[in-house]
Design a binder for this molecule. Sequence first.
Ligand code: SF4
Length: 292
Amino acid sequence: MTEKIDGWRRLPENKLRGSGIPIPQKMHKSAKSRKIRRGPARRKRAVKSRLFPLFCSFFTRREKLSLASGDFLCYNKAVMKLSDKKAALSELARLYPDARPALHYGSAYELLVAVILSAQCTDERVNLVTEKLFAEHSTPASMCLLSQEELEKYIFSCGLYKSKAEHILSASRDILDRFGGEIPKTVEELKSLAGVGQKTANVVYSVAFGGDAIAVDTHVFRVSNRLGLAKGKTPAEVEKGLHRAVPKKDWSKAHHWLIYHGRRVCHSRKPDCANCTLSPFCDFFAENARKK
Ligand code: SF4
């Protein structure tokens, strides 16, 4: 017997045999039920993923409009629109056209030592310390002539002087032993030096050698997260986010823009949001306004 379903004729299996028509494999009962159960969920997910960006852009637009009109604020936690990121970056470029490193240095090695010393210390203090230190010991070879205690006396006022002295001496020995006294020119090689982490390597690579890198220090981390330019819980996450948000040619400059903004306006405890021209693009500002 043949059945008719929606105009299609279904032949029984014994008639199909020998007719040349491929016989469909019987689906296992559990797989069949899984497919039935999963089908609509998959479709729903696909629709959701297509609608989500539209949803986000709608709310971001609403938030911007309401900021302009001052009526009400609709805060969108999910994304900062690409156009907002671009606008924030061009505003930073406008604000800080001459942004450059505040540390004083005369060579890549001096910059490396200054960056190691700048951990949890102001650049002004580091510049005072390095002025005396570099006058007498400005190369890895002459630095290695110092004992740990002698170097500690030079850098005592920078704080964490014991570990910093140890790192400077180990890095200097590494440079002499493994790189013939020359500072390595890649981030990976720089990171292989004792006491040199991702941030220090990125600063030396981008500032001394003109490479494309964004070093994430405390200011870059804070301002990027507040603006929504790159959100993350660790410097590595923020660095990845900044790589996506900032055009590669501006990586090195963006590092200085964010540091300048963090030092001058977006302070850690009391950001000066009332006088910040980046507030229309800032997640932190929008969130605070919504709470009020
Ligand atoms: S609006 Fe406030 S939180 Fe946002 S970047 Fe400016 S100072 Fe920082």
